[in-house]
Design a protein around this ligand. Structure first.
Ligand code: MLC
Ligand code: AMP
Length: 504
């Protein structure tokens, strides 16, 4: 079928070319070969249909990273479902909102969370999948003997996924990504990063965000390339895999930890072609340390949930630390002032972008989509950037009040609302302070009405927030600094507490 835009159809075509080459490998064990991809995804897609999920329906998935989880994602694409991945750290209280918003036909969760999630699953069919790939979903798959199934027909603009991303105000918004968005981004990266079918990718990222789920998986799948699959990031395990791999994708924390490891040497990296970093700023010192140890220059790229990858340092040209390179082919970018007018080259402004990778808007929130779009179709990223005369982009700050810890986004407003609700608290300001491992760490500055309130009591009261969002420190102050307009001066707080982790 010529107008078949289902991304899975491309993966299947590449799998047929790859033959019996390993797709997913753990340690010395081939867990799935490309020859098995057709049958195994067909079985799972049929099981999902058996649960009542129709093309266009949402499937909410909050499970540990596993081979089965990869297959579930691919089967969802194949069945024409809209995949909604959720961070495994989210609590049932947080899930309540996502499920209510996404209105899924199917929810897949860890068996240990089944009873808590049953309370918030509504009319969705709730099935389970554990880290070993067992659960009621697997039972449903085993009960199906369908090994042959036509890939659901999808148009370019049909949704493949909804990925939640928080807003500076209000609740998380679901970024709607189409098959066309994902395919164009994957194909562009495949090209500019000179992807080779014989590349071997170390996959140690979570698969509930665009970095691990789309960028990493899609490139390997388009190339029919082998993935060395890690359930999580462990510096020693990744180093052990370097000699038999060629590409690593990671957040800066990966590289900070690798650079600190004695095992990172030029010899250990001798087979590697590309170390790619993104999702948060890579410190120039990490870039330099990595180069000193491996004689390789890392490739930093920049992206976001709403658009996948946006800019990349060049494969062949100069990789300049502290910059994210050039807009990807087909992506237009400008650095603009508050009215959307381009500022002179070299001056900071907000980065605005447009291209085939740009999402279809926020799920059920057209007003929020409109707030972030210019009349000429440019999307306002909220990142402050400069662009030099040659078009090279550097991310120099954020217009949005956002903390990125270990590559995970945390929106201070959400944490402040939770802290302000704690009895005895006056008000709070949540900031990110430099942290040697995570890049930034969450710190809360709090005024108290109850003089006996202590740090432990505040932290104890934040149990409904995912662990990674919880402040690492609560610092009590007599008052929060405010400007003449009454706005809390977070820059002053960040400055005052910048040294909190400098010697840790
Ligand atoms: C774990 N913890 C974190 C955290 N990860 N806290 C803050 N921020 C994080 N990112 C908590 C744990 O709950 C634990 O708490 C404690 O920190 C120690 O955990 P750890 O064992 O050190 O963490 P680890 O499992 O090693 O995880 C760290 C990490 C991981 C950096 C490897 O967070 C990670 O894989 N991050 C990648 C996120 C990602 O994929 N981002 C891409 C988003 S897409 P306690 O108290 O229980 O001990 C995007 C677009 C783009 O941004 O451009 O790509
Ligand atoms: P998310 O919304 O989780 O997709 O995170 C996207 C945000 O991560 C962007 O808006 C940036 O603020 C940040 N980001 C991603 N890559 C980089 C990078 N290479 N340098 C600086 N910030 C980055």
């Amino acid at each position: 079928m010529t107008d078949q835009a289902n991304l899975f159809a491309r993966f299947l075509a590449a799998a047929k070319q790859a033959g019996d080459k390993p797709f997913l490998v753990e340690g010395d064990t081939v867990r799935l070969s490309y020859a098995d991809l057709d049958r195994e995804t067909a079985r799972r897609a049929a099981a999902l249909a058996g649960l009542g999920a129709q093309p266009g329906d949402r499937i909410v998935v909050q499970v540990d990273k596993s081979i089965e989880n990869v297959l579930l994602y691919l089967a969802s694409l194949r069945a024409g479902l809209v995949y909604v991945p959720l961070n495994t750290a989210y609590t049932p209280a947080e899930l309540d909102y996502f499920i209510g918003d996404a209105e899924p036909a199917v929810v897949v969760c860890d068996p240990a969370k089944q009873s808590a999630i049953a309370d918030v699953a509504g009319t969705a069919k709730l099935v389970t999948l554990d880290a070993e790939g067992m659960g009621t979903l697997t039972d449903a798959v085993q009960a199906k003997d369908t090994t042959d199934l036509e890939t659901a027909h999808r148009a370019t603009d049909d949704l493949a996924a909804i990925c939640y991303t928080s807003g500076t105000t209000g609740r998380s918004k679901g970024a709607m990504l189409s098959h066309g968005n994902l395919a164009s981004n994957a194909e562009t990266l495949f090209d500019i990063w000179h992807w080779q079918p014989d590349d071997v990718l170390i996959h140690a990222l979570p698969i509930y965000h665009v970095h691990g789920l789309f960028v990493a998986l899609h490139l390997a799948l388009l190339g029919g390339s082998t993935i060395r699959f890690h359930q999580g990031f462990d510096a020693g395990a990744v180093l052990a895999d370097l000699p038999r791999s060629s590409v690593l994708m990671g957040v800066p924390t990966f590289y900070v930890r690798l650079a600190a490891h004695d095992g990172l040497t030029r010899d250990a990296a001798r087979n590697m072609r590309l170390f790619i970093s993104g999702s948060a700023p890579l410190l120039e010192s990490t870039f330099a340390e990595f180069e000193a140890k491996t004689c390789m220059r890392m490739l930093e790229r920049y992206g976001m949930t709403e658009a996948g990858m946006i800019c990349s340092n060049p494969y062949d040209g100069e990789r300049v630390p502290g910059t994210v390179g050039f807009p990807l082919p087909g992506v237009s970018a400008r650095v603009a002032d508050e009215s959307g007018a381009e500022v002179p080259r070299g001056e900071p402004g907000v980065l605005e972008i447009k291209g085939p990778n740009l999402f279809q808007g926020y799920w059920k929130k057209p007003d929020k989509t409109a707030e972030e779009m210019r009349a000429d179709g440019y999307f306002v990223t909220g990142d402050i950037a400069t662009m030099d005369a040659d078009g090279r982009v550097a991310i120099v700050g954020r217009a949005k009040d956002l903390i990125i810890a270990g590559g995970l986004n945390i929106y201070p407003k959400e944490i402040e609302l939770a802290i302000d609700a704690v009895p005895g608290v006056g008000e709070s300001a949540v900031i990110g302070v430099p942290h040697p491992d995570l890049g930034e760490a969450v710190v809360a500055v709090v005024t108290r009405i109850d003089p006996d309130l202590n740090e432990a009591a505040v932290l104890e009261a934040l149990g409904d927030l995912a662990r990674f969002k919880q402040p690492r420190r609560v610092i009590f102050a007599d008052a929060l600094p405010r400007n003449a307009m009454g706005k809390v001066q977070k820059a002053k707080l960040r400055e005052a507490h910048a040294g909190l982790y400098s010697s840790s």
